[in-house]
Design a protein around this ligand. Structure first.
Ligand SMILES: CC(C)(COP(=O)(O)OP(=O)(O)OC[C@H]1O[C@@H](n2cnc3c(N)ncnc32)[C@H](O)[C@@H]1OP(=O)(O)O)[C@@H](O)C(=O)NCCC(=O)NCCS
Length: 191
C-alpha cells in the first residue's frame, strides 16, 4: 500500500451486479497485474487501440503504468468477471505540479460488457476515489470523433472544456484534435 491508496476511504474488493447472471468484482490494480492488462489490451478492437493515449498493448508501457501505481501517481480499479478483466478505470494525478487539484480519468470496457452499465459503475468508483484524494476537478481526454466516449462522459456530467488542434497522434501516425472534457467535483472550488 502506498500513500495514495492509504488515503482511499473505500474498501476493496467490492462487487457490482451487472445483471442477474453477471457479478463484477472491483479491486485495485497492482504491478502484478501487468501481464493480464497487456492480454486485455491486445484483445481490444483496432478502433479502440487507435485512440489509446498510450499503447497499452506494449509490455514496457504497462510496466510503467504499474510503476506509477506503485508510486501513487495512478490509481486503477479493475473490473473482473470470473477472474477475467472486463474493464478498468484509472485516475492519474500529480501532487507536485500546479495541476495537483486535477485528476485525469481513463476508462475502458471490453466490447462484450459495454452498454450494460459497467462504464458508469467504474466511473462511480473513480468519483469516490477522487473525493477521498481531495481532487476538485476531473478531466478526460478524447478526440472529437469518439462519439460513444463523449456521450458516455457527458452522461456522467462532464462538459466540453477545450478543443486543441492537431494535439495528438494516433497509432496510425495521423494527427487528431484533442477534446478536453471536465467535471467539477461538487463542493470543491479550484482556486
Ligand atoms: C466509453 C465506454 C467506457 C462506456 O462503457 P459502457 O460500459 O458501455 O458504459 P455504460 O453502459 O455504463 O453507459 C454509460 C452511459 O453512457 C451512455 N452511453 C454509453 N455508450 C454510448 C454511446 N456509444 N452513445 C451514446 N451514449 C452512450 C449510456 O447510455 C449510459 O448513460 P445512462 O446510464 O444515463 O443510460 C466504453 O464504450 C469503451 O470502453 N469505449 C472505448 C474506450 C473509450 O472511448 N474510453 C473513454 C475514454 S475516457
Amino acid at each position: 500500500m502506498n500513500e495514495t491508496t492509504a488515503r482511499l476511504q473505500r474498501p476493496y474488493p467490492r462487487t457490482f451486479r451487472l445483471d442477474e447472471n453477471t457479478e463484477v468484482s472491483f479491486r485495485l490494480m497492482t504491478p502484478a497485474d501487468t501481464h493480464r492488462l497487456v492480454t486485455f489490451a491486445r484483445a481490444l478492437p483496432e478502433d479502440d487501440l487507435l485512440y489509446l493515449r498510450m499503447d497499452i498493448t506494449k509490455l514496457n508501457v504497462v510496466m510503467q503504468w504499474g510503476q506509477n501505481i506503485k508510486e501513487g501517481r495512478t490509481v486503477t480499479v479493475l473490473a473482473e468477471v470470473d477472474n477475467e478483466i472486463a474493464g478498468y478505470v484509472s485516475l492519474h494525478h500529480n501532487e507536485v505540479t500546479w495541476q495537483r487539484h486535477l485528476g485525469e480519468v481513463r476508462l475502458q470496457v471490453a466490447p462484450r460488457y459495454r452498454a450494460r452499465g459497467l462504464g458508469r459503475a467504474l466511473a462511480g468508483e473513480i468519483f469516490a476515489i477522487a473525493r477521498s484524494l481531495g481532487l476538485s476537478k476531473l478531466v478526460a481526454h478524447m478526440t472529437p470523433d469518439q462519439q460513444g466516449a463523449i456521450a458516455t462522459v457527458e452522461r456522467l456530467g462532464f462538459r466540453r472544456e477545450a478543443l486543441l488542434q492537431n494535439f495528438v497522434i494516433d497509432r496510425s501516425g495521423q494527427t487528431r484534435d484533442l477534446l478536453v472534457m471536465s467535471y467539477d467535483m461538487p463542493g470543491r472550488i479550484a482556486c
